[in-house]
Design a protein around this ligand. Structure first.
Ligand code: FAD
Length: 295
């Protein structure tokens, strides 16, 4: 199923993001993680890929496992280090696996790795997928706090508009911890004439190993409430887990209250976290999606 159909059917779409496990991971454990995540009945599960595209075969393989578990996969595809022929191979492989939805990304710059002459921006990848006649639904990434390489949010949104106009049917945001940033961004998109559904990206901060890496990689602003939580519970794994789930739940409830079109949870391949969050917000999502259209 195309994710655009899900947005037509639902008021609020709920999804997870996972990453392909290392090739050395126990296949039975991988299978059981995907089965557990799928049993929570998210509307779809997105599967990341490596920036250089070298891990894209794993992305397809995991996307296929997700599909076999009865959940729609969204496969990430990057282009910054790939030429047209490599991207075509990736897209052909995904199509052959029955994948119907891709997230078209530029990918992060890596020092010393030569960049593509064919694709400078994700917009070029979106246009390529459309021009080549692939039937995928195409999602794009966006940044409520501005992409780190861009001088200002207005310029970033102008660039985003070109990407959407090239053929993106929904957007997934970078993770953020302050919902006000998302609400301001949503208003700005609307003023810019970007009217595709936008899903809010939520990352539960539940493990000390994630905390430093996620914060430095995403560049997300850290509200005082999160700083207090991290400094108080950094070395208390059970408390950090509980506090991180509570914070993410609070963010999601607030987003749903404000009529967000969807929430995309970065579950870091952790079925326990996914289960806890889903239990917390499942009945709210069900009631929102059962509301009549004129509400
Ligand atoms: P773009 O849309 O190309 O934007 C990148 C920068 O270029 C921005 O500053 C933008 O303002 C600017 N820009 C865009 N178009 C133009 C233009 N026409 N002219 C001038 N400037 C322009 N990375 C991975 O490697 N693998 C993943 O699986 C992955 N998944 C992600 C999922 C989500 C939801 C998000 C938000 C990010 C993900 N990333 C992933 C990270 C992403 O690859 C990086 O953030 C990357 O730096 C930008 O990718 P993009 O697709 O947003 O790029």
């Amino acid at each position: 199923m195309k994710i655009s159909q899900l947005f037509q059917q639902k008021k609020a779409v709920y999804s997870f993001e996972i990453f392909p496990p290392k090739p050395t991971a126990d296949p039975a454990a991988v299978q059981s993680t995907i089965e557990e995540l799928s049993s929570l009945r998210p509307d779809y599960i997105s599967v990341t890929c490596s920036a250089g595209g070298s891990g894209n075969a794993r992305t397809g393989e995991i996307a296929q496992l997700v599909k076999r578990c009865g959940v729609e996969p969204l496969a990430h595809v990057t282009c910054i280090n790939s030429d047209r022929s490599a991207v075509r191979n990736t897209l052909n492989a995904l199509q052959a696996l029955g994948v119907e939805n891709v997230l078209a990304l530029r990918g992060d710059r890596q020092e010393g790795v030569p960049e593509s002459k064919d694709f400078a921006h994700a917009e070029d990848l979106v246009r390529f997928i459309r021009e080549q006649g692939y039937p995928f639904d195409i999602a794009g990434a966006c940044y409520p706090e501005c992409h780190p390489e861009c001088a200002d949010l207005l310029t970033d949104i102008r660039n985003l508009k070109r990407k959407v106009d090239a053929g993106v049917s929904h957007l997934n945001t970078q993770l953020f911890f302050d919902n006000e940033d998302f609400f301001r961004f949503r208003d700005m998109l609307s003023l810019a004439g970007i009217d595709v559904p936008v899903q809010a990206g939520i990352m539960p901060l539940v493990k000390k190993g994630h905390v430093d890496r996620i914060i430095s990689l995403s560049g997300a602003k850290i509200p005082a409430k999160i700083s207090r939580m991290i400094s108080r519970f950094y070395d208390k794994p059970d408390s950090l887990m509980e506090a991180g789930i509570a914070y993410a739940t609070d963010q999601i409830v607030d987003l749903l209250s404000a009529g967000v079109r969807g929430v995309h949870v970065y579950v870091m391949n952790n079925p326990l976290v996914a289960r806890r969050i889903s239990e917390n917000v499942g009945s709210i999502l069900a009631e929102i999606n059962a509301e009549p259209d004129n509400l």
